[in-house]
Design a protein around this ligand. Structure first.
Ligand SMILES: NC(=O)c1ccc[n+]([C@@H]2O[C@H](COP(=O)([O-])OP(=O)(O)OC[C@H]3O[C@@H](n4cnc5c(N)ncnc54)[C@H](O)[C@@H]3O)[C@@H](O)[C@H]2O)c1
Length: 442
């Protein structure tokens, strides 16, 4: 497994758990040394136990020696990052350098499998490059990953489906055997061409992102035109053609996948002379939505927030992960810092990454309640369970003023009214601490 990040570490560990011998490789020496001592570089529920057990059993090991790992491996998985380049396209430099590095060490019947999310045509490029370097054919396959951070082990162990794109029947059979322990409940193993497999990953992420931007746009319309997005969501979601998944309004999507994959798909379309109108709109709506709390704070205080004290709950881009890549919380923190407000932040897992960026510009709190001490307002970015049913009386006691900007619609407006909070949420009428409910403009 080349690349021991969120995807490589989970995939490698789950393959080890199902009885394979797995060597995880990374160029990051500190990461590998830590893993050898059982220290995980990421927070992912359930992962640590699995890693420790498989190290102990002797079927999971970690190295920076790529040549040694590849020369012992029948299947070589590529799981390095494919981050966005400045123009939005996927930056394949890490992947391409790995292909060149592994080439001389591949054993005769090795299969090179791409787990990283890569533009359509990349597997063809890998095949061509290996043929050129070695003067022989090497079997190459695509096996995109659909796991969600925060539920990665479950997703990997019980996938909705496994998608593989193969050039040879044999690669399909080897991968089917590798995945068979995870498909015992008759989940489909879908075999297609490498290009279709590569495309499937982008199309799936593009649709999920589209759903999020769609419901956010509806929420913004609700705020202007009247209506409560939560009721609208319920009214829509019970239609079986629509459903509820990914139709939660909020502060926009973040993370290492949706933003970059939407832009990469748009970039691929442009490369082919096509205008990716939906993807461009989805990205633009999301960029704006990341400012939704900033706009609400700004309009509530008439732009005067210097000297105000804010509690900020939730920094990770979603719950159950420490990942802050493209997290909407960053937009709010930048605004608060720039405008001279004090931000007292809390997150169950992501504080370390935030501290590495903001240093002493923020106040880091051990508990959610501590973050409220003396605060003029609370802003919520991430729907961690710990924020979902807090003691509102204690919150009132700790806070200096009683204003909440809820980017995840965690609380019922009626309840907030009873607790005499001014409560701003997404796509729902604002509740004021003096019990009045704002009416739509018309
Ligand atoms: N994170 C997710 O939820 C998710 C889900 C599905 C697919 N993906 C895709 O999987 C791929 C990996 O994503 P990630 O989130 O695991 O990234 P990551 O940044 O967490 O991990 C990538 C790892 O690759 C290592 N690496 C970089 N260059 C290397 C090299 N030359 N040799 C060895 N190791 C090298 C890095 O040090 C890092 O540890 C991406 O293409 C991503 O789009 C991610």
């Amino acid at each position: 497994m080349i690349g021991t990040g969120y995807v490589g570490l989970v995939t490698g560990t789950c393959f080890a758990e199902s009885g394979n011998d797995v060597i995880c490789v990374d160029i990051n020496q500190a990461k590998i040394e830590g893993l050898r001592e059982g220290k995980l570089p990421i927070f992912e529920p359930g992962l640590k136990e699995l890693v420790l057990r498989n190290i102990e059993n002797g079927n999971l090991s970690f190295t920076t020696d790529i040549a040694d790992a590849v020369s012992q491996s029948r299947i070589v998985y590529l799981a390095v990052g494919t981050p966005p380049a400045a123009d939005g396209s996927a930056d394949l430099s890490a992947l391409k350098s790995v292909v060149d590095t592994i080439a001389p060490h591949l054993i005769q019947d090795a299969i090179v499998v791409t787990k990283s999310t890569v533009p359509v045509g990349t597997n063809q490029w890998i095949y061509n490059r290996l043929s050129e370097l070695l003067g022989r054919e090497v079997d190459v396959a695509s096996n995109p990953e659909f796991l969600k951070e925060g539920a990665a082990i479950d997703d990997f162990m019980k996938p909705d489906r496994v998608v593989v794109g193969v050039r040879s029947e044999q690669a399909g059979e080897v991968l089917n055997e590798l995945y068979s322990p995870f498909l015992r409940t008759d989940r489909p193993f879908l075999v297609m061409s490498p290009a279709s497999a590569e495309f499937t990953k982008y199309a799936a992420n593009a649709l999920l992102s589209t759903k999020i931007s769609f419901i956010n746009e509806m929420a913004n319309l609700c705020e202007r035109m009247g209506g409560d997005i939560n009721d609208v969501r319920r009214g829509m979601g019970h239609d079986q053609r629509i459903g509820f998944a990914f139709l939660f309004p909020g502060v926009g999507y973040g993370g290492s996948c949706f933003p970059k994959d939407v832009r990469a798909l748009a970039s691929m379309a442009r490369d082919h002379g096509l205008e990716p109108r939906i993807m461009d709109a989805v990205d633009e709506v999301n960029q704006k939505q990341k400012n939704v709390l900033v706009n609400k704070v700004d309009s509530h205080y008439g732009g005067q927030i210097a000297g105000k004290r804010f509690a900020v709950w939730g920094l990770a881009f979603k719950p159950r992960t420490d990942d802050i890549r493209e997290a909407p919380a960053l937009t709010l923190l930048n605004y608060l810092v720039e405008k001279g407000a004090t931000a007292q932040v809390h997150d169950p897992e992501a504080t370390g990454h935030i501290r590495a960026i903001y240093g002493n510009k923020l106040i880091y709190c051990e508990s959610a309640m501590d973050a409220l001490n003396g605060a003029d307002a609370l802003a919520i970015n991430t729907e961690w369970k710990v924020y979902q049913n807090p003691d509102f009386d204690e919150m009132r006691t700790r806070m200096n003023d009683h204003v909440i900007f809820d980017g995840r619609n965690l609380y019922e407006p009626d309840r907030m009214s009873r607790h005499r909070f001014t409560y701003h949420s997404i796509g729902r009428p604002t509740v004021y601490s003096d019990q009045k409910i704002s009416l739509p403009a018309n």
